[in-house]
Design a protein around this ligand. Structure first.
Ligand SMILES: [Zn+2]
Length: 237
């Protein structure tokens, strides 16, 4: 018992030390420069900007927007953001013609939508933001629905937790809450994605592009090493 407590104290000390590395990062969303804070479980040191609360994936999206006129392509669009994240909203709302946030949980966003059965018309949305949502749901259903509501030249911005060394996503049939935490890292996650995520998106009728920042950008902006942001456009037949 005492040994167990000591071991846990040692682990907590190690976590705090690793989370307090004195390297300055820059936020690609709010321009804050300084120490970033830990976030997540297991904790990711230097994950969160203390000024705008952005995480690695949000700052990565900001870099893509700043590149090659991508931001201009989002300007004046009708944007739908599932499970909205404040840092992303801060990036995109000012550029949009309309910006609507949606969530399955009443009160968590402007409108209630079930991503597996979206109560919106075919082809009615120009840009969809779907960040860290698909690992919670029947992704085949959700991706088909995203494809259905997206207009012909629309864009879906997709981010998922992924293990890039894995060829195939890891899932278990009907996982219990304990299994979800153990295997997928969160009580409401039902899979960890591998590289077959891209094929899953293609199977729903999308063409897929990927964006990875440079190693220098990963260090400068405190991004996930090897993290990829996916951009899906309706496949033309
Ligand atoms: Zn920031």
């Amino acid at each position: 018992m005492v040994a167990n407590v000591l071991w846990r104290l040692k682990q907590a000390t190690h976590t705090l030390k690793s989370a307090a590395r004195p390297y300055s990062r820059t936020c690609s969303i709010c321009d804050h420069s300084g120490l970033f804070g830990p976030f997540g479980f297991p904790v990711r040191p230097e994950a969160q900007c203390p000024q705008c609360q952005s995480l690695e994936r949000h700052r990565q999206l900001a870099l893509w927007i700043a590149r090659d006129g991508n931001g201009d392509r989002l300007s004046g669009k009708h944007i739908l953001h599932f499970a909205p994240e404040k840092a992303v909203e801060r990036l995109l709302r000012p550029r949009s013609e309309t910006y609507v946030t949606a969530d399955l949980v009443p009160g968590a966003a402007e409108i209630v939508l079930d991503i597996e059965n979206i109560d919106l018309a075919d082809g009615s949305i120009e840009v969809i933001v779907c960040s860290h949502v698909l690992e919670h749901v029947d992704d085949a259903k959700a991706l088909r629905e995203l494809r259905r509501i997206l207009c012909r030249d629309g864009l879906a911005i997709l981010m998922v937790p992924m293990v890039h060394h894995w060829e195939t996503s890891f899932e278990r049939p009907a996982p219990t809450v304990e299994e979800r935490i153990k295997y997928f890292g969160q009580f409401d996650h039902i899979r960890r994605y591998g590289r077959d995520f891209v094929q899953r998106v293609k199977d729903a009728g999308f063409a897929v592009e990927a964006f990875s920042p440079t190693p220098e950008e990963c260090i400068e902006y405190g991004l996930g090493l090897g993290s990829v942001t996916y951009f899906a456009r309706p496949e033309t037949v």
